[in-house]
Structure formats: structure tokens, C-alpha cells
Design a protein. Structure first.
Length: 387
């Protein structure tokens, strides 16, 4: 079976790329091992969608179909250091309607797949498990585990941090484990959050409360492994009490809405995101610490940039040629690099147990709060992915 483009991975980034190419003449294959499922109750996997990502999803016809009651705009963000430092971001003061939107992963994923299933130029292979990949001068050949063979001019790896495509292409990935886990859960709070997000840089990790619809919040505690394991070992009531106490009980008591989960944290940088006949997007191309809440936004902007490059290519240009793919690589050189190093630096800065470093980092928070121009620059970069 012949295609112009094979996308390995039908997660958020891969599906978004395919939908973004819906008006092109490209013939697309999307491989995914299983379709997304609707989750009863609250999905424990929650993302902070930047305004830029919301606009991208709106352009794909996805945003308008999401349940507004399960999306919460962040109007304000309060950040607290571990030694008296504090910083406040306000959407209103920065001239924005919101700093971000907090919503469940599965709701966006399901809407993207609804578009894929109706898309005239997409063939879904689900289940579709790749077994072998060969890149040659004229294109790529990909064999599935069930014996089917696909060929295309370009293959895109959108298959996550453990990317099979990246491994087949022998693209080196430098991984720095943090020795931490991200503990996540959705909780009901006793007091209204008013669309405010909270973040604490603590001696035992970085704790974030992200506002959800109604009286719910999503909790993300990026903690050293031993602290994370102790949180997971608590019973539900003790866990909720621990979360409330860690945040100074500013939203009152908590009760659990979804099961707890945890995932290891690490920084991942790849040697390159393109080579002849191949491109990487999303977590296959980069992994950052979750303290910025920006991981999925990098993936969406990867998909948007690659779709724009492929859509704008002249009819005589081969989408798998390196000269075409380098346009995508250039567009995506800045944002992932800056966010990877910024989040890595913050993690190391606040992880240092040193009185001098404590004074520097908390003084830095306070100083940033006193410089409106700098605050505005930071907010707008987070919102739009560029200065």
C-alpha cells in the first residue's frame, strides 16, 4: 500500500498532525495500537493547554466540540518559593483572556479521532503495530507485525518517549533521569478555586494544583522517588490530607475524584529531529520536566509547524526530502530548547539544599514579580511559544 506520509503514533500530536493536513492532497496512513477510550468520571491525565494550542485545536475543528464544563480557563497563577519567594501571574494584567486552559487528555484525543475517522485522505491502521522500517533514497518501507507492508515518501515518529521510529532510525537520545516521579490525581476541593492555579517549590518537590471544572482540581506533585512512593502508599484520606496540608489548606479539605498515578520524570534531548525521509514530533522529539506544564503544547506546535511546512511545499517538492524537513527543524529549534533548559535549570535550582541558593531563587521570584515588563514577556512566551 502506497502513501505520501506514514504517521506512527495516533496520540495527541500524531492525530493533530494528520487532521491539520486534511485539506492537502497528501495520502496519509496513521498507525496506532489501540483507539482512545472514553473514561468514566475524571481522566487522571490532565494537561494545561496554552492559548496557542487552543487556537490550533480550534483551527482543526476540535475545540468547539469539547465539553465546556470539563475545561477551565486559568485566570491567575500563584507561585510560592521555599523560603518566602512568591510570584503572581494574571491574565487580565497581561492583556489575555486566560493564561491557559486545563482539561482532560482523553476528551481532546477522542475529538481528534472523530475527525480522523471522517477524513478522506487518511487510512487508519488500528491496531497497527510496526515491525520493521527501511529508509532509502526514494522513500520508506514499513512492515507491520501482521505482515502488511506500507510505503511512503516520509515517515513521522509521533510514538512517544520510547519512540520505535527513533530507535529504528538510530537517532541518539540523551536521557537525564531526575530521580523523581510525577504523582497525579484529581480531587474535589471544599473552597472555590476561581480559576486560579497554584504552584509551590518545596523541599520535597514541586507541587501544582490546576483548576478543573466545578469544584475539582488536578494535582501534580513532582517529588523525589522516596517522597512519591510514600504518597502512593497512603490511603485515600491520608493522601488528601497530605495534599491539603502541603498547600496550606487554601482550598480547604480535599476528597479523591480519580485514582492516583505516577510516572518517572526525565529530561530527553535528541541528536536531531529530522533526517532524510523521517521527522520526529511530540515526546518522540523531546521530553521536559512537567513543572512548566508545557509538554503537550510543544507536541501540538510541532504538529502545527510540520503541517504548515508540508502544506506549503510546492507540488514538485518531495515531502521526504531533507531540504523540506529542515524548514520544520528550523521552526522548532527555539521553543523546545529554551523550555528544556529553563525547566531543567529551575529543577536543579530549587533542588539545591543550600542557604545561598535558597536566597537566590526566592529573591529571583520576588524580583520578577516587581518587574512588570519581564512578567509580561514570560506570560506571552508561555501563551504563544515565542517572544
Amino acid at each position: 500500500m502506497n502513501f505520501d506520509l506514514i504517521i506512527v503514533g495516533g496520540g495527541l500530536a500524531g492525530a493533530a498532525l494528520a487532521v491539520a493536513l486534511r485539506r492537502t492532497a497528501l495520502k496519509i496512513a496513521v498507525l496506532e495500537h489501540a483507539p482512545p477510550k472514553r473514561i468514566d468520571g475524571w481522566d487522571p491525565r490532565v494537561y494545561a493547554y496554552s492559548p496557542a494550542s487552543a487556537r490550533f485545536l480550534e483551527s482543526l475543528g476540535v475545540w468547539a466540540h469539547l465539553d465546556e464544563s470539563r475545561l477551565m480557563p486559568v485566570r491567575e497563577m500563584l507561585i510560592s518559593g521555599d523560603a518566602g519567594g512568591s510570584l503572581r501571574f494574571s491574565a487580565h494584567e497581561s492583556g489575555l483572556s486566560e493564561l491557559a486552559w486545563i482539561g482532560e487528555s482523553s476528551h481532546v484525543h477522542l475529538e481528534l479521532w472523530e475527525g480522523l475517522k471522517r477524513q478522506h485522505n487518511v487510512s487508519l491502521f488500528c491496531p497497527g503495530v510496526p515491525a520493521a522500517l527501511e529508509c532509502h533514497d526514494a522513500g520508506v518501507s514499513l512492515r507491520l507485525q501482521d505482515g502488511r507492508s506500507l510505503s511512503a515518501k516520509l515517515v513521522v515518529g509521533a510514538d512517544g518517549r520510547e519512540s520505535w521510529v527513533r530507535g529504528q532510525a538510530k537517532i541518539d537520545a540523551s536521557v537525564t533521569p531526575y530521580g523523581e516521579k510525577g504523582v497525579v490525581a484529581n480531587l474535589r476541593c471544599a473552597r472555590a478555586h476561581h480559576g486560579t492555579a497554584f504552584q509551590w517549590f518545596r523541599e520535597d518537590g514541586v507541587l501544582a494544583w490546576l483548576p478543573l471544572g466545578g469544584d475539582a482540581v488536578s494535582v501534580v506533585w513532582s517529588a523525589p522517588d522516596e517522597v512519591a512512593d510514600s504518597l502512593l502508599a497512603l490511603d485515600d484520606d491520608a493522601f488528601c490530607e497530605r495534599i491539603a496540608e502541603a498547600g496550606g489548606r487554601c482550598l480547604g479539605a480535599f476528597s479523591l475524584l480519580s485514582p492516583r498515578a505516577a510516572f518517572p520524570l526525565r529530561l530527553m534531548r535528541v541528536a536531531r529531529v529530522v533526517q532524510p525521509r523521517l521527522a520526529l514530533i511530540g515526546d518522540a522529539a523531546h521530553a521536559i520536566h512537567p513543572l512548566s506544564g508545557h509538554g503537550i503544547n510543544l507536541g501540538f506546535q510541532d504538529a502545527k509547524a510540520l503541517a504548515e511546512v508540508l502544506s506549503a511545499a510546492a507540488s514538485w517538492e518531495d515531502p521526504g526530502e531533507l531540504s523540506v524537513l529542515r524548514r520544520y527543524a528550523r521552526q522548532r529549534a527555539e521553543e523546545p530548547f529554551l523550555l528544556q533548559y529553563a525547566t531543567h535549570g529551575l529543577n536543579r535550582l530549587f533542588g539545591a539544599r543550600n542557604p545561598v541558593m535558597a536566597a537566590l531563587r526566592n529573591g529571583g521570584l520576588n524580583l520578577t514579580g516587581q518587574l512588570p515588563v519581564l512578567k509580561d514577556i514570560l506570560v506571552r512566551y508561555a501563551a504563544n511559544g515565542h517572544f
